[in-house]
Design a binder for this molecule. Structure first.
Ligand code: BES
Ligand code: ZN
Length: 637
């Protein structure tokens, strides 16, 4: 699926230069320091940040639930880097532009502008003529009800069924569907917002949310730290707050908030553990917003307010590594940011590594090893099927084209694996100090893989010569597959899960309930992942009678159990499969089920029926993924 998307968008995006882009010469692991700051081209944006960059954004917008629009004004304070530049180019998608004005000597006057026809991937380039290089420019606009970065839920689709709900998902290139912006991580800006809405909903943003704010339909926000556009976020609904600590808490619908706060009660400990490792948390508050189950991701690291799927709230805290992950982005990603999606591993690989360190600090080595093991098993399975060009950490220009699929297991898990490799070579103490220095050095900057390598050469590799070779670094960063010298993880919990599975598959004798009674989610996941292609219907029935997998509330189990039942022809699971994929919209959990279903005609029919019912409640990103899969399966002979 990913490779299809890649091909399709390759055709779509790069009339601008997909196949024409010359293959870059292999980049040395230790490039010579460049005279000027290196320029990284972001192929997902029309912006020209070398000429002019947004320094501050002031929004004055209204959230309209009836029209399903966000509209108002966006006022930019601009930094004209090129004193001869005469235009400001912004990214937009499906926005209606009513007016563009520039400020000169305290007065606003109209500016000429052109909105280009829509490109399927990038949206519409908005070119504003600014012969006077105005210090401020203001755009009056409205978003479309179909904005790719927003989901509008009717009251029936919420937990409480009383009030509507709306939330954004801006990463990777959807911010432009609700604010005209230089939608590239190369530009960082502060922002403020005045937001109005119907008075009975609470509005939150990726900014200084006040836990005690009155719900009155009139809200103001400030984000005093410079952020990239993909971290712009907004949500509105029947949201209440419950604290975890003085600087952390949970926003959720009233029916969810107690359960969520209990599940995430270790958050303050996670913040403290990360500060211990990598220096102070720099964003003031760290709150979490629990979204409806249609949220297409597990989590999104919106600054000061991570957006979280409710599917990790399983009652026993076994899936809270997701919180560790989104929190970790406060250092790797939000503080030090990739300069374009080609360098995605600088965000997700570093974050997966830091996540694992947080999990180890709070829950011990055994838990962190199980998590690494699960991630690496699926990376090993996936990487072999990926085109070579996408198997390296740093992706060549012109390769990563579908922004919604840009970050694969390679950026996350090969990235984390590389950092664990460096940790082992240099020793934990030295490596921790190095990373801490890295976060400080590049704080509030957006950087490339080469800037990281240059920094690592000076501050790690050259300081301790002979601990890694250039060739090893090259292989990890620019090579395909997994290097042979990758460190291995051991887990006692998994060897006992393996033993139990093998014994059962040999003898039909299920493990002692005393043993399985203590298993955590990760062990059940590992138990199921080792089952092979298929089981007999009798075997599946035996498992189901003992462990009640069908109908499980745990999505990590569901996403492994249901495909196994589909492959094995265990039709008893079908009604629950339908219920699951119609209720949950998190792509990671439901795509493996759809992918298995579409392999047979009956399965494809079931997938289509469920999708038809689920579609009104799915997020545009999930709808796009399922639609592409169904179209491909229906077209296949
Ligand atoms: N920043 C990502 C989500 C994302 C990545 C959105 C790329 C759009 C494009 C977020 O931090 C993330 O990685 N979420 C994971 C959770 C995780 C524990 C690996 C997810 O949603 O599954
Ligand atoms: Zn992430």
């Amino acid at each position: 699926m990913r490779s299809l998307a890649l091909l399709l968008s390759c055709a779509a995006v790069l009339a601008a230069g997909c196949s024409k882009e010359p293959e870059p010469a292999p980049v040395a692991a230790t490039p010579k320091p460049a005279a000027a700051a290196p320029v990284d081209h972001d192929e997902h944006s029309y912006a020209e940040p070398q000429k002019v960059a947004i320094d501050d954004l002031a929004l004055d917008i209204a959230v309209d639930f009836d029209a399903k629009t966000i509209g108002g004004t966006a006022t930019y304070t601009l930094d004209w880097k090129d004193k001869a530049a005469t235009r400001l180019v912004l990214d937009t998608r499906d926005l209606t532009i009513a007016k563009v004005e520039g400020e000169a000597n305290g007065a606003w006057a109209p500016l000429q502008y052109a909105l280009a026809p829509k490109d399927a991937v990038l949206g519409s380039k908005l070119t504003i003529e600014t012969p006077a290089r105005n210090a401020k420019v203001r755009v009056t606009y409205t978003s479309s009800p179909e904005a790719s970065g927003l989901q509008w839920l009717t009251p029936e689709m919420t937990e409480g069924k009383q009030l509507p709900f709306m939330f954004s998902q801006s990463q990777q290139i959807h911010a432009r569907s609700w604010v005209p912006l230089q939608d590239t991580p190369q530009v960082r800006y502060t922002y403020s917002a005045h937001v109005t809405s119907r008075p009975d909903v609470m509005v939150l943003m990726s900014a200084d949310n006040d836990p005690a704010a009155a719900r009155d339909g009139d809200y103001t926000f400030k984000m005093p730290q410079k952020i990239p556009s993909y971290l712009m976020a907004i949500a509105a609904g029947d949201l209440v707050f419950k604290p975890i600590s003085a600087r952390s808490g949970v926003w959720a619908e009233p029916a969810m908030v107690d359960k969520a706060t209990k599940e995430f009660e270790d958050t303050e400990k996670m913040i403290a553990a990360t500060e211990q490792l990598y220096g102070p948390y720099r964003w003031d508050r760290y709150d979490m917003l629990v979204l409806p189950p249609s949220f297409p991701y597990g989590g999104m690291e919106n600054p000061r307010l991570s957006f979280i799927t409710p599917t990790v709230i399983v009652g026993d805290k076994t899936l809270v590594s997701l919180i560790a992950h989104e929190l970790a982005h406060s250092w790797s990603g939000n503080l030090v940011t990739f300069s374009s999606a080609k360098h995605g591993w600088l965000n997700e690989g570093f974050t997966s590594y830091v996540e694992n360190r947080i999990v180890e600090a709070l829950y011990g080595k055994e838990t962190s090893s199980m998590e690494y093991s699960i991630a690496r098993n699926s990376l090993k399975k996936e990487i072999g099927t990926m085109p070579e060009a996408t198997q390296s950490l740093a992706v060549k220009p012109g390769t990563t084209l579908d922004a919604d699929d840009a970050l694969s297991a390679v950026s996350y898990d090969k990235g984390a694996w590389f950092l664990q490799f460096l940790e082992e070579r240099f020793g934990r103490q030295e490596f921790d100090a190095f990373l801490r220095g890295y976060f400080d050095h590049f704080a509030f900057q957006s950087i490339t893989t080469e800037q990281f390598l240059d920094y690592a050469k000076k501050n790690l590799f050259d300081k301790h010569p002979n601990l890694v070779t250039d060739a090893e670094i090259q292989a990890w960063v620019y090579g395909t597959g997994i290097p042979a010298n990758a460190p291995q993880v051991q887990s006692r919990g998994f060897s006992n899960t393996d033993t139990a599975r093998i014994a059962w598959q040999g003898s039909g004798q299920l493990p002692n309930p005393q043993l399985t009674g203590g298993w955590v989610t990760q062990q059940w996941v590992h138990f199921l992942e080792g089952m092979g292609e298929k089981l007999t219907v009798e075997q599946l029935k035996q498992l189901d009678d003992a462990y009640h997998f069908t109908g499980t509330a745990n999505g990590e189990i569901a996403m492994r159990w249901y495909p196994l039942t589909i492959r094995s022809g265990y039709v008893e699971a079908r009604p629950e499969i339908a219920r699951f994929i119609e209720r949950v919209g998190r792509r990671k959990l439901i795509m493996p089920i759809y992918e298995e279903l579409v392999k047979t005609p009956e399965g494809l029919a079931l997938a289509k029926e469920s999708f038809a019912r689920a579609r009104p409640g799915y997020h545009p990103i999930t709808t796009g993924s399922v639609e592409a899969l169904l179209a491909k399966a229906s077209a296949a002979p």
